[in-house]
Ligand binder design. Structure first.
Ligand SMILES: Nc1ncnc2c1ncn2[C@@H]1O[C@H](COP(=O)(O)OP(=O)(O)OP(=O)(O)O)[C@@H](O)[C@H]1O
Ligand SMILES: Cc1ncc(CO)c(N)n1
Length: 269
């Protein structure tokens, strides 16, 4: 069985963060492992408080995974602070991690910060250059590119600039700002749009975590990046389309909407 590792923060309400990542990886047919960066007391209405793991503890978590169940792909989500980013970058390099999906998580849907302001430059300098693909939403793409994004053409310009600066592919998510379900993948000097059908579901807690984990799962299974994105979009559309309605805020999706296909998605050689 193929394996994937998520390095991220927690969500006790289960719809985002490491909990969403593990559900997504499982539902996409890979064995999920995880290293926690921060314990986040949050639910569908917002973040209450954050307790970070120490850098030494995170390093030990990563050693435990990499020396035992080596991941076929890795996803990073909430990386929280400079000392944790340093550890993550060092360990990814030390172990030669492959198929790295970096979700540059900055602010939760609720508006709460999930990375300290001073750590954004460490994220750029240390983590982005290691990525196979980055998955910024519009506000994150604006911060990474220094550009203002108001249109699909702006998304293309920003994704291209970020891709050229950090030497990796960039999936700029249209998200809730521009066209909800249409995302642009910039790779190898050209762009490709992935059009999704907009689903009228206000419960979008954890969509970013879920998409990046689904991409990592499909890379782990050996699909190329375009196909991995295509499959991840189909998965998130299914999870949103199941119209789960839980919690008092923007609720979680149904990650297990299609349980019967879980073990039938291995890539045919
Ligand atoms: N209403 C919708 N219908 C269909 N697809 C959607 C909808 N909303 C978001 N998506 C898709 O979900 C994926 C995640 O995008 P989104 O922009 O929501 O991420 P995000 O802002 O990083 O998420 P988060 O809210 O977890 O921080 C993208 O592929 C996007 O196109
Ligand atoms: C831990 C964590 N990571 C990412 C997000 C963004 O959805 C969140 N709410 N919580």
């Amino acid at each position: 069985m193929k394996t994937a590792l998520t390095i991220a923060g927690t969500d006790p309400s289960g719809g985002a963060g490491i909990q969403a990542d593990i559900k997504t990886m499982t539902a996409n047919g890979v064995f999920a492992t995880c290293a926690v960066t921060a314990l986040v007391a949050q639910n569908t209405t917002g973040v209450k408080s954050i307790v970070e793991c120490t850098p030494d503890f995170l390093a030990e978590e990563l050693d435990c995974v990499f020396t035992d169940i080596f991941p076929d792909a890795v996803k990073t989500g909430m990386v929280s602070s400079i000392p944790l980013i340093r550890v993550i970058a060092a360990k990814l390099k030390e172990y030669g991690a492959k198929n790295l999906v970096v979700d540059p998580v900055m602010v939760a849907t609720s508006g709460d910060r999930l990375i300290t302001e001073d750590a954004v430059s460490a994220l750029k300098e240390l983590l982005l250059p290691l990525a196979t693909v980055l998955t910024p939403n519009i506000p994150e793409a604006e911060i990474l590119s220094g550009m203002t994004i108001r249109s699909a053409a702006d998304m293309e310009a920003a994704a291209r600039a970020i891709s050229e600066q950090y030497g990796c592919a960039v999936l700029c998510k249209g998200g809730h700002q521009i066209n909800d379900a249409d995302d642009l993948l910039w790779r190898c000097g050209s762009g490709k749009w992935f059009h999704g059908k907009r689903i009228n579901n206000p419960n979008t807690h954890g969509t970013g975590c879920t998409l990046s984990s689904a991409i990592a799962s499909n890379l782990a299974k050996g699909f190329d990046l375009d196909t991995a994105v295509e499959r991840a979009k189909a998965y998130i559309s299914g999870a949103l389309g199941a119209m789960l309605d839980l919690g008092r805020g923007s609720g979680p999706m149904n990650h297990m909407f299609d349980l019967k296909s879980i073990y039938c998605t291995e890539k045919a050689d």
